[in-house]
Design a protein around this ligand. Structure first.
Ligand code: GLA
Length: 399
């Protein structure tokens, strides 16, 4: 089995993005900014329901080398889409105007301008060690790295405080929803910009307030394994939007602003005629409760006891929310059979990644068991990452 996919250091990421920039634009950037991907520990598909979620930033980041321009020209290159360099003007970026990766890389400029910030043109070169299409928020990492660069280069003054970072995150969500066209909920951008090292981020999506939850796996002798199933995962397709629409329809029928307000699950289920809406609501309401229980256990130093909550989350996502797939189910089952304390899919689902909480000394063995289960089915080997709670995005290099 190959080893885990390692994160790039500041120096390595800055050198890669900087070299790409210089090759594309003929001069060095003003700086390099990096922002991480994330895994969600628990609280899945609740961020567009006013729920609580508990992501943490990965050590794996996207690096954006950026230079401010004096005109309104924008030029974007990415090692992730080498044949799709883009050049235009600020006014050429917006809903319906750009597609693909340019929506993620350029969209934050549009959204920050919409929020009233004065921006000019810029050149940007993107490189990343966040696995793409793996449910680890590679797209949010691109948005957030670019947003941090624009914040500093155009002196917006947002990245220095959590409140400002919340505003940057909101702009990135608008970019993703309106420019890239993915109707996602905001957890990923909050994790990428507002997470701190050694903590999971408890995000309340009613008011976007956060709490930093100390999450020290090392002292507990544990490790968090991320298993990238390499099964296709696309959020711009209709399944995610359909889940969101069903939740909003159910909330409207129940007369609540969001499903967070449902306090009596049985009464809510009895009031919903549609069995599919019943299933979706049962997932959302029970999942929010699991986040509260998870945070309470961690707060009491009982991180070893969160496994059953992770297992229950996966079952709820598989059965009631119907966003798992064979590869995720096999990864989770194999990890548990190999001794994981708990395992679940993480992120949007329909492919992407699973996480498993394991004894630190057993990480390799659990990963090997999962790889074996994939090999037996003739599937591509899964990618393995080790997740430690890492800081949110920041500048990593000066000229
Ligand atoms: C994706 C979205 C998030 C969130 C998760 C599911 O990652 O980008 O906003 O909805 O799915 O929890």
């Amino acid at each position: 089995m190959t080893g885990p996919l390692l994160a790039w250091s500041d120096a390595e990421g800055a050198a890669r993005a900087g070299a790409l920039f210089t090759a594309a634009f003929g001069a060095p950037p003003d700086g390099v900014w990096a922002s991480p991907g994330r895994v969600n520990l628990i609280g899945e598909h609740v961020d567009y329901n006013g729920g609580l979620c508990l992501p943490m930033a990965l050590p794996h980041r996207t690096f954006a080398a950026v230079r401010r321009r004096d005109d309104d020209v924008v030029r974007l290159v990415s090692s992730l889409a080498p044949d799709e360099a883009w050049a235009g003007t600020l006014g050429g970026i917006g809903p319906g105007l750009v597609g693909g990766w340019v929506g993620y890389a350029g969209g934050p400029a549009w959204a920050l301008a919409q929020a009233g910030h004065a921006l000019g043109g810029f050149d940007a070169a993107i490189d990343s060690c966040v696995p793409l299409g793996s449910g680890l928020s590679s797209s949010a990492a691109v948005e957030c790295a670019v947003a941090l660069a624009l914040d500093e280069l155009f002196v917006l003054g947002l990245a220095g405080s959590d409140e400002g970072r919340a505003a940057l995150a909101a702009a990135c969500v608008r970019a993703e929803n309106e420019v890239a066209g993915a109707p996602t909920g905001g957890m990923d951008q909050a994790a990428s910009l507002r997470a701190t090292a050694g903590h999971a981020l408890l995000l309340d999506t009613v008011d976007h307030s956060v709490a930093q939850v100390p999450f020290d796996l090392t002292t507990a002798g544990l490790a968090l394994l991320v298993i990238d199933t390499r099964a296709e995962h696309a959020l711009v397709d209709g399944q995610y939007a359909a889940r969101r629409a069903a939740c909003h329809a159910a909330a409207a029928r129940l007369g609540v602003a969001t499903l967070r307000e449902v306090t009596d699950l049985d009464a809510a289920l009895a009031a919903l005629p549609d069995p599919v809406e019943q299933m979706r609501v049962r997932h959302v309401v029970t999942e929010i409760a699991r986040v509260e229980q998870f945070v309470a256990l961690v707060g009491e130093g009982r991180v070893r006891e969160v496994g059953p909550l992770m297992d229950a989350s996966h079952e709820s996502l598989r059965v009631d929310y119907e966003v798992s797939c064979d590869e995720l189910d096999v990864a989770v089952a194999a990890a548990r059979a190999a001794g994981a304390l708990g395992a679940r899919m993480t992120g949007g689902g329909f492919g992407g990644s699973a996480i498993a909480l394991v004894e630190a000394g057993r990480a390799d063995a659990v990963a090997a068991e999962v790889a074996q289960a994939f090999a037996e089915r003739g599937w591509r080997p899964p990618g393995i990452l080790l997740a430690s709670p890492s800081p949110g995005g920041a500048r990593v290099a000066s000229p």
